[in-house]
Design a protein around this ligand. Structure first.
Ligand code: V47
Length: 347
């Protein structure tokens, strides 16, 4: 019997030794108590204004570099035009995340958010990873507090969970040296939460990290959530292997992926939602994950550029109807949610 109150990493990593179905049942019981048979999704649109990046993360296939030599910067008009057409198709969340583009002024970001909010007042803007906040801090010598306040004032409603990668410093050094430190990623989310705001947390897994590093990462999220309570969802992101500079030879099996999702549900019980992000898992595994602790699948996305650059089959997003029918076929109840998990419609 593994004592779940013993938060020692060596103790909790033993969860991986349990039989998949035993672990799945433990996670599913927690998921059922919190969410019954609901699978949440939303109508969202990802907008990635630029792929020109001052930082060099070895796992990233999205940023412009010699394996992906097509730098772009969207104009404000292009961003607004994408936003308008997505809004007309029913999207009510814009997930706006950019590479760390040194050509942009500080004001550029906030002008975009303000303009979007002025034009579409009922849109939820989920924007700026903690890695982008840290980039602005380094580039423009602004405090985290000032940047987060400017985000709030210009209409950002919540923060996405990107940039967390793996917190364990030796791995972080190898995969994304120079980017926001683990300590500062947590600090930025903690300040945002202290402003009464919500955010998500991700974990990039399936590359050079070990099972112990994943447990360490989950415990850091759980620890901050105990203090701040501001995380809506934990999102284990499966590493996509193409077009990048991380030499990985060993990839996790489907069993290990499902175990990782189940273990995140078991360890991080104080974060209400576990998102099986279909863009990294593929729709089928994301649906199976709903039986292993997950209760959310993300949304329609419409245009996905980060994971698809790494090989995922997610470039075009999915229609609302497709998500509803696939969730139903998997034996769950599809529930359209807003960005902060208010239920809008059950199908
Ligand atoms: O932080 C980059 C990841 C993240 C690869 O908050 C890769 O609701 C896999 O954070 N393979 C950005 N992943 C995306 C993100 C996100 C996505 C969906 C929903 C939410 C949310 C947040 O993408 C980065 C990085 O960890 N990423 N390259 C890759 N090769």
């Amino acid at each position: 019997m593994i004592d779940l109150n013993d938060l020692n990493i060596d103790n909790l990593v033993q969860l991986y030794d349990l039989d998949l179905f035993e672990l799945g049942e433990m996670a599913h019981n927690i998921r059922e108590k919190l969410h019954n048979d609901k699978v949440y999704f939303n109508m969202n649109r990802h907008i990635n204004p630029s792929n020109i990046c001052a930082d060099i993360c070895k796992f990233c296939a999205f940023s412009s570099h010699r394996k992906n030599p097509n730098p772009y910067e969207m104009t404000k008009e292009e961003i607004l035009s994408d936003a308008k057409s997505a809004y007309e198709r029913g999207a009510r969340e814009f997930h706006i995340v950019s590479a760390h583009n040194p050509n942009y002024s500080y004001e550029w970001y906030f002008d975009i958010f303000k303009t979007i909010k002025d034009k579409f007042s009922d849109i939820h803007i989920k924007a700026m990873t903690a890695a982008e906040v840290d980039f602005l801090h380094r580039r423009f010598n602004k405090s985290y507090e000032d940047i987060l306040k400017d985000m709030e004032d210009s209409g950002v409603d919540s923060m996405p969970g990107g940039g967390a990668e793996i917190f364990f410093s030796e791995i972080r050094e190898k995969i994304c040296k120079g980017k926001v430190s683990a300590e500062n990623w947590l600090k930025i989310h903690s300040i945002w939460h202290s402003m009464g705001k919500k955010s998500n947390a991700t974990m990039l897994f399936g590359h050079i990290e070990s099972k112990k590093h994943r447990i360490h990462h989950m415990l850091e999220i759980r620890k901050l959530q105990d203090k701040s309570g501001g995380f809506n969802a934990f999102i284990p992101l499966l590493y996509q292997r193409q077009n990048n500079f991380l030499n990985v030879s060993d990839f996790p099996s489907g069993i290990e992926i499902l175990k990782t999702i189940a273990i995140s549900r078991i360890i991080i019980q104080n974060v209400p939602n576990i998102k099986a992000y279909w863009a990294t898992l593929g729709l089928n595994l994301a649906l199976v994950s709903q039986e292993f602790g997950a209760n959310d699948i993300d949304g329609t996305i419409e245009k996905e550029s980060i994971q698809s650059a790494g090989g995922a089959n997610s470039k075009k997003g999915l229609s609302k109807e497709e998500l509803i029918s696939q969730i139903k076929d998997a034996g769950f109840k599809p529930v359209l949610r807003d960005s902060i998990y208010n239920e809008l419609e059950a199908y």
